[in-house]
Ligand binder design. Structure first.
Ligand code: GTP
Ligand code: MG
Length: 145
């Protein structure tokens, strides 16, 4: 029981991507996140330079869609947040749905707010380690509770 609890994450990082921000969905998406039981421990509106977007998604550097992804992610404002909830990483990935909105379950954020595989409204960390790295990428200690 203790070992299992220790392994369970309680924080994840998210970003409302430029498509969803531009479409005016930020409020509705944050509302869904809060209603699903996540608490905000950091929140900001900002925008990424191409350099910063490339750094954030550096893991995909070799993929054919990398340039498109960097261009998209640096196209306009985003909302970045750190979220807290038991089992945060896995539960949040469930809430946002599959990468391709066409394959996302109904009721998920991507199903409701995303238009395509490339422009899919929201990011969610895929591991505890990446949640920490990504949170540190965006937020100083002064900016979190
Ligand atoms: P993130 O939460 O944003 O990390 O998405 P993910 O974990 O569901 O998917 P993944 O990390 O594999 O891909 C990162 C992002 O790259 C996706 O969310 C899409 O925005 C984009 N992406 C993935 N596959 C494709 C693709 O085939 N074409 C294009 N244009 N973009 C893609
Ligand atoms: Mg990912």
């Amino acid at each position: 029981m203790h070992a299992k609890r220790k392994q369970m994450s309680n924080r994840t990082f998210t970003m409302i991507k430029p498509d969803a921000f531009a479409n005016g969905y930020s409020g509705a998406i944050l509302d869904m996140i809060l209603k699903a039981g996540f608490r905000l421990t950091a929140l900001k509106m900002t925008s990424l330079s191409a350099g910063k977007a490339g750094e954030f998604y550096a893991i995909h550097r070799a993929r054919p869609f990398y340039n498109e992804l960097v261009e998209f992610m640096s196209r306009g404002p985003i909302v970045a947040a750190i979220l807290e909830k038991e089992n945060a990483v896995a539960d949040f990935r469930k809430l946002i749905g599959a990468t391709d909105p066409a394959k996302a379950d109904s009721g998920t954020i991507r199903k409701l707010f995303a238009a395509s595989l490339g422009e899919n409204a929201i990011h969610g960390s895929d591991s505890d380690e990446n949640a920490r790295t990504e949170s540190d990428f965006f937020f100083s200690n002064l900016e979190r509770i």
